[in-house]
Write a protein that binds this ligand. Structure first.
Ligand code: CP
Length: 348
């Protein structure tokens, strides 16, 4: 399929240039207004079919991909692991081949295993969108985070961004680290030593910005313009990475006292779902500097932009995408090799 991006699929942020990321964000900006209309629909993807294939729980991502597709007038079908024949023993690749036989234009997939979207991209003609694969990447989350930062700070280049918490298991941290450094932000990550290993700095792409791993959460926070808090991902932790949730909250949770170390106009973000009172205190999550629900709203505009561009749109909401379609080969993605190597060493 001919797309409005240089790629047939969106498998990760790594591999996207600063220009491509900015193009997606600019397109998302033009789609934001549609969600403020009384009739929230444009005909841009009329006649196109999108399958949302979710093998992990999701509230924000699944719902906003569905809303995004529907606001673009696409036909949207949702398939979950419990409602698919995977629960009867069918392999994921056989499921994908069967869905592909129904000629969808786009398949959005979330899966607990890193690399699953890449496997689908090798066998499907449809464009594949990674909606989160294990601890590897969550590209649309990083894009919606960037859109939110840009709206409130008017830029990304030169900003100081602190990413706090469970870095090791976080696909959000990995995608954000790629995106923010590519656009020239300076990123500091921090968490318990077991969850924020020094090797993380070597894993991410360096663009104009730098990435450093801080030993103390306070050092990452000092002077930060943007504070991103990550969820403790208990479902991906097969070992004890910290003594107890109570101790985690005391030593690493973002509370008002710790937030006072950041710049006076610092903004607070969290991809959700939040563990209130553990990684983030309620008075911070609900405070005036919190943009957590803005992130959710921007998720729709970003996903509309991604679906539209992959379906062949060229960047304006008013112009329906081209109906021409050209299969493209999938370039070998070394992010995955890196992530696999990382996961071999650290677990996923
Ligand atoms: N941020 C995020 O991916 O949330 P969901 O798991 O609810 O989709």
């Amino acid at each position: 399929m001919k797309t409005g991006l240089a790629h047939q699929h969106l498998l990760g942020i790594r591999g996207l240039s600063a220009k491509e990321i900015t193009h997606i964000l600019d397109t998302a900006e033009s789609f934001r207004e549609i969600s403020e209309r009384e009739i929230k629909k444009v005909p841009a993807l009329r006649g196109r079919t999108i399958i949302n294939l979710f093998f992990e729980p999701s509230t924000r991502t699944r719902t906003s991909f569905e809303i995004a597709g529907k606001r673009l007038s696409a036909d949207v079908i949702n398939v979950s692991s419990s409602s698919s024949s995977v629960s009867k023993g069918e392999t994921l690749l056989d499921t994908a081949r069967n869905l592909e036989a129904m000629a969808p234009d786009l398949i959005v997939i979330r899966h607990p295993s890193a690399g699953t979207p890449h496997q689908l991209a090798r066998i499907c003609r449809a464009s594949i969108v990674n909606a989160g694969d294990g601890a590897h990447e969550h590209p649309t989350q990083a894009l919606l985070d960037a859109l939110t930062i840009r709206q409130h700070k008017s830029r990304i280049e030169g900003l100081r961004v602190a990413i706090l918490g469970d870095i090791l298991h976080s696909r959000v941290a990995r995608s954000n680290a790629h995106l923010l450094t590519t656009l020239g932000a300076n990123v500091a990550v921090a968490g318990p030593g077991t969850l924020a290993p020094p090797e993380f700095a070597a894993l991410v792409q360096r663009g104009g910005g730098e990435l450093r791993v801080e030993q103390r959460i306070e050092d990452a926070l000092t002077g930060a313009d943007v504070v991103m808090v990550l969820r403790i991902q208990r479902e991906r932790q097969d070992a004890a990475f910290f003594p107890s949730l109570r101790e985690y909250a005391v030593h690493y949770g973002l509370n008002l006292k710790r937030l006072s170390l950041a710049a006076p106009d610092a903004i607070v973000m969290h991809p959700g779902p939040m563990n209130r009172g553990i990684e983030i205190a309620s008075d911070v999550a609900d405070g005036a500097r919190s943009l957590i629900l803005d992130q959710v709203s921007n998720g729709i505009a970003v996903r509309m932009a991604v679906l539209y561009l992959l379906a062949g749109g060229t960047g304006t909401a008013a112009t329906p995408p081209s109906s021409s379609s050209t299969a493209q080969s999938v370039p070998e993605d070394d992010t995955l090799k890196n992530a696999r190597g990382y996961e071999r060493v650290h677990g996923s």
